[in-house]
Design a protein around this ligand. Structure first.
Ligand code: P6P
Length: 335
């Protein structure tokens, strides 16, 4: 039988490597945390797979065949993550796109070593048309009390993340994550209900052939962004480009990670600070992109250096291969 590596085994192997290379005893806490996330995403995956069916069977009222209230999937995903992670005593706080305030637990606040920030189900409006959606997460270490409050721990710059990842629910369900030591992908094997290692130390191509942006907003972008897209179209980088925009961030990012190119959500007149969220969309994906050799900015400066002011803060988000991002810096960054 071919040997498989599950995500739990992988994390433990990584921690052994850390121990060997740094002598730093990595506690099992982290792998325990990650198993809480993977359990929640397996619950979400199962719910998504049956969502269409539940709708059909539950169409009569707001109830499904089990007579339970039909929950909106992003509410369900949020509950799943809060439940699976809330039980772990290494968690100081959970910050969710779905909750106005951080969720803390009436345990000794000093007990929690980690803060988990997540978008439980990004792009959930796409489920109705059977398009890929995703869960995005970011893990920060709680600062020692003498160095910062819990809120200051949550509002750390993205380069302080200890881990980041996403699950994309598509034709197959894929978990992609990094702990700062390369990017790894695991594909959910429904036969055994485990995420199995499928790609190691992923690298984003130096240049791609796709640009990904919602061109309906072009009139509302800063002029330099229109100039940039025109340069790509007119072959400034020496190749033809095709446009791909799924409108589901995790799906558009996953393609960019695998195929290269560039994804952009520029400032618009409607959203002058950008639409995407810094803490649980841009930061985790920027960490993964950089670990794979890619680049992530807000058009002008590195996403991971942005100092967050609020947990639901928005930012323009541009991420992709070095070549396309170099041209962006020259065109938009004014370099
Ligand atoms: P627009 C989905 O609603 C989402 O939050 C992201 O997943 C996606 O990248 C973006 O919004 C799409 O926004 O304005 O292009 O429809």
């Amino acid at each position: 039988m071919a040997m498989i590596t599950t995500v739990q085994q992988h994390i433990l192997q990584q921690q052994q490597e850390t121990l060997k290379s740094t002598g730093r005893e990595a506690t099992g806490t982290f792998s325990w945390l990650l198993s809480g996330i993977t359990l929640a995403t397996k619950m979400v995956e199962a719910k998504i797979r049956s969502a269409g069916l539940d709708d059909v069977l539950g169409a009569a009222g707001a109830e499904n065949v089990q007579g339970e209230q039909q929950q909106k999937l992003d509410v369900y995903a949020n509950q799943a993550l809060l439940h699976c992670l809330g039980l772990r005593d290494s968690v100081a706080a959970l910050v969710s796109e779905e909750d106005e305030k951080p969720v803390t637990f009436n345990r000794d606040p000093e007990a929690g070593k980690y803060i988990i920030v997540f978008d439980p189900l990004d792009g959930s409006s796409n489920i109705d048309v059977n398009v890929n959606v995703g869960t995005i997460f970011s893990i920060l270490r709680r600062l020692p009390p003498e160095h910062g409050t819990l809120e200051e721990s949550i509002l750390q710059q993205g380069f302080r993340q200890v881990a980041a990842g996403y699950v994309v629910y598509g034709p197959s369900t894929v978990l992609v994550y990094t702990t700062g030591n390369g990017v790894f992908a695991f594909t959910l094997d429904p036969k055994i209900g485990a995420f199995v290692l499928s790609s190691e130390r992923m690298r984003m191509p130096e240049q791609g052939s796709y640009y990904s942006v919602n061109e309906a907003n072009a009139a509302g972008w800063p002029e330099e962004f229109r100039t940039y897209i025109t340069k790509l179209r007119e072959g400034e980088l020496g190749k033809e480009y095709s446009s791909r925009y799924i409108g589901s961030l995790v799906a558009d990012f996953h393609r960019t990670l695998l195929k290269g190119g560039v994804f952009l959500y520029p400032p618009t007149t409607k959203q002058p600070k950008g639409k995407l969220r810094l803490l649980y969309e841009a930061n985790p994906l920027a960490f993964i992109a950089e670990q794979a050799g890619g680049v992530a900015t807000n058009g002008v400066s590195r996403v991971l250096d942005i100092k967050p002011e609020g947990i639901h803060q928005r930012t323009p988000f541009c991420v992709g291969s070095p070549r396309e991002m170099e041209l962006l810096a020259a065109t938009v960054g004014g370099r």
